[in-house]
Design a protein around this ligand. Structure first.
Ligand code: ATP
Ligand code: MG
Length: 247
């Protein structure tokens, strides 16, 4: 589904990704762990198409299509979803307005008719219920004044609504309370654990992986993947740290 080869990317002239190679097949969940500043979020941004990141070498194909050649909104329409480490606040735009626009823009690009306000609200409420999010939060401006954990839940509601094919989830577990961690983990499984979908799960902690069992765990260090293993690698890293595991 996703094939990244020898990816080099820089921001403001500083090279962050330095020859990253990774293949993700349909039906797989890949966890990415690694020290602060290694380039994990950068990888997410480059895949999501955030402006400012310059790819200087390498390639990324998504379902055989050159992902880097298309704009961020076209990537979203193709089924790529990026859950942010720091979800952005959008004052003045209600959560439902935002989510409905996002979904309908994607439906339009697939030649599907837009959902009416009523149809959309039903869908959004259903997703909010599944993630234990209060319906009132759908009416509030996007993420404004949301607590850290509420923002993360809101991202999962958004993911449930747009129903992507491939999700990059950047520290979706950070700031979640113990119950929310389970709810979000269950949500990821419910929405994304399908034979025709795949997930890249960026995380610092092994806990989330107890709920969303990864097929592969990778270590991203200094801009490239330095190790790959199974779920046991996450346990080993948590016990021993990055330096020891590489020694
Ligand atoms: N505009 C910029 N100019 C220079 N360096 C930048 C810029 N943006 C990001 N960086 C650097 O890129 C490196 C990688 O950042 P990135 O956010 O990808 O790390 P990360 O692996 O996600 O770390 P964390 O675990 O802390 O989230 C960091 O050293 C960061 O300071
Ligand atoms: Mg990061």
């Amino acid at each position: 589904m996703l094939k990244i080869e020898n990816l080099h990317a820089e921001i403001d002239g500083k090279e962050i990704l330095k020859g990253l190679t990774l293949t993700v097949n349909a039906g797989e969940v890949h966890a990415i762990m690694g020290p602060n500043g290694a380039g994990k979020s950068t990888l997410g941004y480059v895949l999501g198409g955030r402006p400012g990141y310059e790819v200087t070498a390498g390639s990324v194909t998504f379902d055989g299509q050159d992902l880097l050649a298309i704009d961020a909104h076209e990537r979203a329409a193709a089924g790529v979803f990026l859950g942010f480490q720091y979800p952005v606040e959008i004052p003045g735009v209600s959560n439902v307005q935002f989510l409905r626009e996002a979904l309908n823009a994607q439906r339009a690009s697939r030649d599907e008719k837009p959902l009416s306000g009523g149809e959309f609200l039903k869908l959004a409420r259903g997703q909010a219920d599944l993630l234990g999010m209060d319906h009132d939060m759908l009416k509030r401006p996007v993420n404004v004044g949301f607590s850290g954990g509420e923002k993360k839940r809101n991202e999962m509601v958004q993911m449930g609504i747009v129903d992507p094919k491939f999700a990059i989830l950047d520290e979706t577990d950070s700031g979640l309370d113990i119950d929310a961690l389970r709810i979000v983990g269950d949500g990821i499984n419910r929405i994304m654990r399908k034979p025709d979908k795949a997930v890249l799960l960026i995380t610092h902690y092994q806990r989330l992986l107890d709920y969303v069992a990864p097929d592969f765990v990778h270590v991203l260090e200094a801009g490239r993947i330095t190790r790959t293993g199974g779920a046991e690698l996450a346990h080993q890293l948590e016990r021993e740290g990055y330096a020891a595991v590489n020694a």
